[in-house]
Design a protein around this ligand. Structure first.
Ligand code: SAM
Length: 268
């Protein structure tokens, strides 16, 4: 903020108040500005490579949300590692048909896959045999406890082609241009920084690589999942396409979830 205005050279008795007034107003303005930034910190405003602070807004948080709005959607809370057993529930195959999900995506021998929000590895365990010994799955998590469970489970069944990565809430820390398929099963709606996560996921993708969103269908009232844990196809497309991603296809044949597939646009 520029403060060398001619107004500040006044020597009258009121000049002290007049001098500090703009500082007070300026500080109040800055406090308000940073309190409403997406990140709760001020670096967003000083880094021109980052999106404008209006990308995210705040509201009182609802029951399952974090009170942060992105493109008209309140972001949900992250599922904690204490819910790990739910991911491994025996009825999951009947309820969600993950085996069929894996068939739909058509993984290939030797593929490099990023399972973002890998949890206990329930989905990755089903991808692992499809990509074989020449393939690799980066299992990205923000909860070390999940990675510890993943480790134990992979050892139990002798799977060696999954490599855990402890990411951050903004960055999955994938090697650049390395991934053929990135998959997010019941994860994207939990990203506290969806814009930054998608930017960094895209950096990790090979040109032509596929990014797969698997989300409970918000359009379908018979899907009995809490609203913030569901997403419509349109909303996913709206949030994916500011990034170098082109929509390819959507499968709606699973019992509860959309499978929405994008391709990384070459050259971006
Ligand atoms: C509901 S669980 C789904 C786990 C797994 N995909 C499955 O379907 O079994 C969501 C997981 O996403 C993880 N997660 C949330 N935000 C993340 C982020 N920014 N980066 C990586 N993982 C994240 C959470 O820690 C949690 O383990």
């Amino acid at each position: 903020m520029k403060i060398n205005s001619p107004r500040f050279v006044d020597k009258t008795p009121m000049s002290g108040i007049i001098k500090v007034f703009p500082f007070v107003v300026g500080i109040l303005f800055l406090l308000n500005y940073t309190a409403t930034t997406p990140h709760g910190d001020s670096h967003t405003e000083t880094d021109p490579t980052r999106p404008a602070s209006t990308l995210y807004t705040k509201q009182p948080r609802s029951r399952d949300g974090i009170g942060k709005i992105y493109m008209g959607r309140e972001i949900s809370q992250v599922m904690g590692h204490l819910g790990a057993d739910w991911l491994e529930r025996p009825q999951r195959e009947r309820e969600e048909m993950p085996t069929h999900l894996i068939e739909l995506i058509n993984f290939k021998e030797g593929d490099v896959v990023a399972d973002i929000g890998i949890g206990t590895g329930y989905i990755a365990r089903r991808i692992s045999p499809k990509i074989g010994d020449t393939g690799l799955i980066y299992g990205v998590e923000i909860q070390q406890e999940m990675l510890d469970i993943l480790d134990v489970k992979m050892k139990e069944v002798g799977i060696k082609n999954i490599k855990g990565i402890l990411g951050t809430i903004e960055d999955p820390k994938l090697p650049p241009n390395s991934v053929d398929v990135a998959i997010m099963v019941d994860v994207y709606h939990e990203f506290s920084h969806p814009y930054e996560m998608m930017q960094n996921i895209c950096r990790g993708m090979k040109p032509g690589g596929r990014v797969v969103f698997v989300e409970y269908r918000a359009e379908d009232p018979s899907v009995l999942i809490k609203p913030l844990h569901k997403m419509s196809e349109l909303q996913v497309i709206k949030e994916a396409t500011p990034h170098p991603l082109a929509w390819v296809e959507t499968f709606d044949e699973l019992p509860q979830q959309h499978v929405i597939i994008f391709e990384k646009i070459a050259g971006d």
